[in-house]
Design a binder for this molecule. Structure first.
Ligand code: NAD
Length: 248
């Protein structure tokens, strides 16, 4: 161990989905700083282009809804020691404001895409007897009831269930599968949602006030937790809440 602060991923290969911006990008950078060879993937090639040439980062366009592409990338990479399933979509509204199509899309992106990526990397991890899988959930889920987040909460609760199930079946084979449950985090999509609410500053202040800590979290703060889970050797099947005290 070289003892890098925050965790050492020297010699490890990490695959991060939705790494073009927000929490995924901050986590890809944190993994690379810790010494990993990082495959930063996203559906948006323009965002990835801005990351090209960063030390330790290789970029690949990847739509996580395309299971063939996920399998092909894992085959190309050859070995994935750390998988961070970060891609996800927020849907606003109650159960009465959600359509089957919106639920199907969120189920596919927030839950089934994680399952497919795990299926692609797991055989190699089992063969090596070692692997870290980090799945992005949210406190809006089975952790906390949040208004107007029916589709989002139902699907993110699914992430917690799949995380615990994978852990139960594979922790004895050296696989640590954990979920992250953030509160409100500053990211481009959060800013889009705040702008869509009309008065950006008022909406931002209301979102900040939800957290007893009095502010919105930063992607780098979630990335630090992701790095911890990428290197931690004795936590598995857990939800890791990081929410400025929202659910405390
Ligand atoms: P973001 O929403 O700003 O960015 C999402 C990224 O996902 C974009 O780069 C986009 O191009 C990519 N993406 C979208 N569809 C994709 C697909 N099919 N395949 C591959 N990539 C795709 O980022 P964020 O707000 O940091 O959110 C990242 C994750 O964290 C999501 O799963 C989200 O639900 C979760 N989360 C976010 C917050 C928050 O407040 N920001 C809170 C809790 C959980």
């Amino acid at each position: 161990m070289s003892g890098k602060p925050g965790g050492d991923l020297t010699g490890k290969v990490a695959l991060v989905t939705a790494a073009g911006q927000g929490i995924g990008k901050a986590s890809a950078l944190a993994f690379a700083s810790a010494g990993a060879e990082v495959y930063a993937t996203d559906i948006n090639a323009d965002l990835l282009a801005q990351m090209e040439g960063l030390p330790g980062i290789a970029t690949r366009r990847l739509d996580v809804l395309d299971s063939g592409a996920v399998e092909a990338l894992v085959a190309e990479v050859g070995r994935v020691d750390v998988l961070f399933n970060c891609a996800g979509v927020v849907h606003n509204g109650t159960i009465l404001e959600s359509t089957d199509a919106e639920l199907d899309f969120a189920w596919d992106l927030n839950v089934k895409a994680q399952i497919r990526a795990i299926k692609a990397v797991l055989p190699g991890m089992v063969e090596r007897g070692d692997g870290a899988i980090i799945n992005m959930a949210s406190v809006a889920s089975s952790v906390k009831s949040v208004a107007n987040r029916f589709v989002y909460s139902a699907t993110k609760a699914g992430v917690i269930g799949l995380t615990k199930s994978v852990s139960a079946d594979f922790v004895g084979l050296g696989i640590r599968c954990n979920a992250i449950c953030p509160g409100t985090v500053e990211s481009p999509s959060l800013q889009d949602r705040l702008r869509a609410m009309g008065d950006f500053e008022e909406a931002r202040a209301a979102f900040a006030a939800r957290q007893p800590i009095g502010r919105i979290g930063q992607p780098e703060e979630i990335a630090a937790l992701a790095l911890h889970l990428a290197t931690a050797t004795y936590t598995a099947g857990q939800i890791h809440v990081i929410d400025g005290g929202w659910t405390a």
